[in-house]
Design a protein. Structure first.
Length: 415
């Protein structure tokens, strides 16, 4: 338990820390990458470059400090972060490194305001949270290792097949080089892929599994992200996967992780499931839909795919084929930038973005569980529509690829 004094001090400094949180986290990453450059390998530099990682950490610190007297409300966020940490191979020995540089960053930013008493309180609070993460991550590593076909760290996989799904999305079918079994996973989970880029040292990347569990391969479906400039880290790995990784090549893969999941068995209850996919956010939702249909062909599923147009529309046939196996699966396709003959050729059901009206008319919104994934503006839009329909937050789940972000006001989704 944290001491009362620590709780009191942390509460007192929370407004000041919140006002300076991003300055603190930017300073923190600078100090850590200078002082302990070996940890840089864990961090996607595209997320550093965009500021997403710094924002996510700032949000996490603010949330923790705000709820310091009731950390139980942080458990969903702890689970999300613990799963990401395990996907990257974060170990107990990394926590003192982070703690040291975080305290130094707080001291730097707060200056003389950071008294010894304050620094001691923050150190105690940090250690308390670190111990929670270390315990949970230890349990996840144990589960991964002991699962049939499971492992810890990296296992070598062979690219078996490479299948274009649209102009921008390509699927990679991966099978273990050792020909051993694959572990079970929950639909919605991601794997970690580590490839050595020929010119640039890079960190591993998470990709959602787009197939259901129980088939003989893992499948990831990767969107080619735009390279903003030749030096920018954005799109470095996705372009390399598209251009250079071919069938027969080896990649290192970390075991399935992630808490944006659905247990197909729960769909036996008859509650409808609404899956709303924006762009490449379709990948975890496709795995969910296939798993549910496999477990319960009669399940009530509403699968909406929002994409720009037919050129970038991945999995159109796969989703239609799936719906043909399931009498209660309803599909809908929205294009917001249709090509000239897309509407005429009935490639989409509607033109535009998702609206409250569409969800009201097409989904059993007063009863269903909602899962959505897509680019941030898409998720903000869906979230606002669901709020307008009065859908309770307990029936709403969504996932950000990469560092956690907020859909609404900061800290709203932490509890
Ligand atoms: N959950 C996550 O964190 C996800 C992040 N992304 C990232 O977002 C970026 C764009 O992804 P793409 O697949 O190219 O998506 P995209 O830009 O093609 O958009 C997909 C669909 O989202 C909807 N959408 C886009 N902007 C909207 C807005 N302002 N309001 C309402 N709806 C909107 C539209 O229906 C659009 O067709 C990529 O960099 C990708 O990595 C993509 C999917 C999931």
């Amino acid at each position: 338990m944290l001491s009362d004094q620590t709780i009191r001090i942390v509460k007192e400094i929370t407004p000041l820390v919140a006002a300076n949180a991003e300055t603190i986290t930017r300073r923190f990453y600078t100090l850590m990458f200078e002082g302990d450059p070996q940890v840089k390998a864990f961090f996607n530099q595209a997320h550093q470059h965009s500021g997403g990682q710094q924002n996510a950490l700032a949000g996490a610190i603010c949330a923790y400090f705000t709820h310091i007297d009731n950390p139980a409300v942080l458990m969903p966020a702890v689970e999300l972060i613990a799963q990401k940490h395990c996907s990257l191979g974060i170990k107990p020995e990394h926590y003192p490194i982070v703690g040291k540089h975080l305290l130094a960053a707080i001291k730097d930013v707060m200056g003389e305001g950071a008294t010894d008493e304050i620094i001691d309180a923050v150190a105690e609070a940090y250690q308390f949270l670190a111990d929670i993460f270390i315990a949970r991550e230890g349990a996840i590593y144990d589960e991964q290792q002991s699962a049939p076909g499971g492992w810890n760290g990296y296992r070598t996989f062979i690219v078996d097949r490479k299948v274009p799904e649209s102009d921008v999305v390509t699927s990679f079918y991966l099978r273990p080089e050792d020909q051993g079994p694959l572990p079970p996973f929950l639909p919605g989970q991601y794997i970690t892929v580590h490839i050595d880029h020929p010119t640039t040292p890079t960190s591993p990347r998470n990709y959602s599994l787009s197939e259901r569990p129980g088939v003989e391969h893992f499948r990831i479906s990767v969107k080619r992200e735009e390279r903003l400039s030749p030096d920018a880290p954005d799109g470095l790995i996705s372009s390399h996967l598209h251009d250079a990784i071919q069938p027969g090549h080896r990649v290192k893969v970390g075991p399935p992780c992630g808490e944006f999941t659905i247990d197909p068995a729960t769909t036996q209850s008859g509650r409808p499931i609404v899956l709303l996919a924006g762009g490449i956010g379709v990948t975890p939702l496709l795995s969910m839909a296939k798993s549910i249909v496999h477990a319960n062909p009669d399940a009530s599923i509403y699968f909406l795919q929002a994409v720009r147009n037919s050129r970038v529309h991945a999995f159109a046939d796969e989703i239609e084929n799936l719906a043909s196996l399931s009498p209660n699966m309803h599909t809908r396709v929205l294009y917001d930038a249709p090509l000239e003959d897309d509407v005429e050729n009935k490639k989409c059901d509607d033109v535009g973005f998702i609206t409250t009206k569409l969800l009201r008319e097409w989904t059993p919104y007063d009863d269903a569980d909602f899962y959505f994934c897509g680019p941030k503006p898409f998720m903000q839009n869906v979230h606002a529509c669901l709020q307008e329909l009065g859908v309770d937050e307990t029936r709403v789940r969504y996932e950000f690829f990469g560092p956690k972000e907020e859909l609404q006001c900061p800290m709203k989704n932490v509890g």
